[in-house]
Design a protein around this ligand. Structure first.
Ligand SMILES: [Zn+2]
Length: 129
């Protein structure tokens, strides 16, 4: 059983829904949603609204904390690789896997294992085979 966690939306408790209501008639209150899993804010917010609220309050501070982009990031021939495949349409459902360079339009065939391997292309788009 996974543990329950609270939605991290700073205004979650202010949205008036039945599932947020707690307490007896004379002491009603609304509380932050608590669930075993959430779909928003990488699993930390109950709704797109709470995700947005979090960003409005903490977004700039998060950028300051992790560092802003202060000069352009550049896509060059070295980091323009992506994995792709063509439907071959044969009866074995084999696909033609390849790496593709967005800038040079070069295609190089790869195996299905290389296609499935996360290390074939680095996170920043460099070919690693
Ligand atoms: Zn929420």
């Amino acid at each position: 059983m996974s543990q329950l966690k609270y939605c991290q939306g700073p205004k979650c408790h202010t949205y008036d829904t039945k599932d947020r209501k707690r307490g007896p008639k004379d002491n009603k209150r609304n509380e932050t949603r608590r669930r075993s899993s959430f779909f928003y804010l990488d699993g930390h917010a109950c709704s797109m609204i709470c995700e947005r609220d979090w960003f409005e309050v903490y977004g700039s501070r998060a950028l300051d904390h992790f560092g802003r982009i202060t000069q352009p990031k550049v896509l060059t021939q070295e980091n323009a690789w992506r994995k792709r495949y063509d439907w071959s349409g044969d009866r074995f459902n084999n696909h033609n896997h390849y790496v593709y360079n967005h800038l040079t339009e070069e295609r190089r065939p790869i195996t299905e294992e290389q296609y499935q391997n996360d290390n074939t292309i680095t996170d920043d788009g460099r070919l690693n085979i």
